[in-house]
Design a protein around this ligand. Structure first.
Ligand code: NI
Length: 137
């Protein structure tokens, strides 16, 4: 399905009132002004997560890594991992968070197994405080 497709199909849904109430409350909290848009995003998320768990298709995601750059060798190891998986890495961004900490956001593309392998390699390094893989689509 084309994300930018202007054409939509109208459907009608039957939902338990409490579920709809909770959904609307959450959508408001997330600043959705359009219920259809909120439902479409929720459906996309559900499809994306299901496909992710089932491990199908090529995915795009980000790996956010927070580390202490002063810890022996961590910078070299992070660079080495990114070169090793260069074919799956689209881009990376470095932010100097504080005197001690750096944030590296790495955009990855590939199979779920490959993305998890890259993320696990980074997460297990000494000096890495936080490592989170997020699947975008
Ligand atoms: Ni830095």
């Amino acid at each position: 399905m084309n994300e930018n497709n202007k054409y939509v199909e109208r459907i009608s849904l039957s939902l338990p009132p409490q579920l709809l109430k909770e959904f609307d409350a959450l959508a408001r909290k997330k600043n959705y002004w359009n219920r259809s848009k909120a439902i479409a995003d929720a459906l996309r998320e559900w499809i994306s997560q299901t496909e992710w768990v089932e491990g199908r298709g090529v995915k795009v995601g980000t790996i956010s890594v927070v580390y202490e750059h002063g810890r022996g060798g961590v910078v070299d190891r992070i660079t080495e991992i990114q070169h090793r998986f260069g074919g799956s890495i689209i881009a990376s961004m470095h932010v100097h968070l504080s005197h001690e900490s750096c944030l590296e956001v790495i955009v990855v593309k590939g199979s779920p197994a490959k993305m998890q392998k890259i993320s696990n390699s980074l997460a297990s390094l000494r000096g890495v405080k936080h490592c989170k893989l997020t699947v975008v689509q």
